[in-house]
Design a protein around this ligand. Structure first.
Ligand code: FDA
Length: 302
């Protein structure tokens, strides 16, 4: 119930301006977001790499309705990628891209998003690193996987996210479990109808394990994106005899566990930065009542 209300708030312009204009929100947001600027992002990236973790950087933004904003997002990624290379960070830091931030919802969106994502991939290739396509709500799944197929023809290292809460995902995992394919498996963070997504947490968890088995039995590079201790233990067991896979967690979530896992496994941290933090931040609050309590406590104790 609370999750549904918060996810509705994530898409509401009224709630957005209320939360954004509350001056006390920003310090709390900083728990999950590196900061506003590319320099903030580079500084946190260097720290994370120094602690033995790899990074995937997300320039915050989604649901762009203006071509010039989509172009600005491409420019921001290109600048970031150049700086990652210049600072010697590109071997351990890649980027994650939401196709709706580069034009998927514009007229002729599939083509616009593909062209823009191609530009980001070219910048990543020049920097010597990779790109992973984030997955948004289920209305974008086919388009995102279509863009992935096109991009992989020129950039075979492009990865994608699959969401275990979608009923289709076990089959998508089978389709993508081939050599060279990078799949980030998460549970899923959007409000989805029962017609396309499991609603019970236990059904989502069971789907996650089935998908994990498909990916771990396949020939690709599984990226196990979860903070769930049970899923982490199952992945460690399934992956114990294969080297080519990694854990992934969000910046600001279970930092001590990230460091512990990094002693024996590859661990990558998803690190967002920029000013467009509202949707990302509210999805984090919706995932976990403790995150919401942390936010509310910080508001009243400041
Ligand atoms: P879940 O939220 O079910 O929590 C299970 C258990 O994990 C909890 O009971 C608790 O024990 C532990 N836990 C979780 N959060 C904790 C915390 N803050 N502190 C302590 N313990 C905690 N989604 C999407 O739709 N599209 C995408 O592209 C992505 N991308 C993405 C990348 C990466 C790297 C990650 C880690 C996640 C995403 N997600 C995502 C978000 C994802 O779908 C999901 O919403 C969150 O990861 C939360 O799900 P969990 O698997 O962590 O478990």
């Amino acid at each position: 119930m609370l999750r549904t209300a918060l996810l509705a708030a994530a898409g509401s312009p009224g709630c957005r301006s209320l939360v954004e204009q509350t001056p006390l929100t920003r310090p709390v947001v900083r728990r999950f977001v590196a900061g506003s600027t590319v320099d903030d992002a580079l500084a946190v990236t260097a720290n994370l790499i120094g602690s033995g973790r790899a990074v995937t950087l997300d320039h915050l933004g989604e649901d762009t309705t203006d071509p010039s904003m989509a172009a600005a997002t491409v420019k921001a990624y290109a600048e970031l990628l150049t700086l990652l290379a210049e600072h010697g960070l590109a071997a351990d830091a890649e980027v994650s891209v939401k196709l709706s931030a580069v034009g998927l919802r514009l007229p002729d969106g599939d083509r616009v998003a593909l062209d823009n994502a191609r530009r980001i991939c070219a910048a990543a290739a020049a920097a010597g690193t990779t790109v992973t396509l984030d997955m948004e709500d289920h209305t974008t799944t086919d388009a995102t996987l279509g863009v992935l197929r096109e991009l992989r023809a020129d950039f075979p290292w492009v990865g994608a996210v699959l969401q275990a809460y979608l009923r289709r995902t076990e089959q998508d995992c089978r389709d993508l479990a081939y050599a060279g394919s990078r799949v980030r498996l998460c549970k899923g963070a959007y409000a989805e109808p029962a017609s396309v997504a499991y609603q019970d947490k236990s059904d989502v968890d069971r789907s996650y394990v089935r998908c994990l088995r498909v990916l771990m039995d396949g020939a690709g590079h599984p990226m196990v994106a979860t903070h769930d201790p049970r899923m982490i233990a199952i992945a460690a067991e399934l992956g114990k005899d294969r080297p080519d896979w990694e854990f992934q967690m969000l910046y600001g979530v279970r930092d001590a566990e990230q460091r512990r896992l990094a002693r024996d496994h590859a661990v990558r941290v998803y690190l967002p930065y920029g000013d467009e933090w509202y949707g990302y931040f509210v999805r984090r609050l919706a995932e976990r009542p403790a995150n919401l309590a942390f936010f509310l406590r910080a508001l009243v104790t400041r």
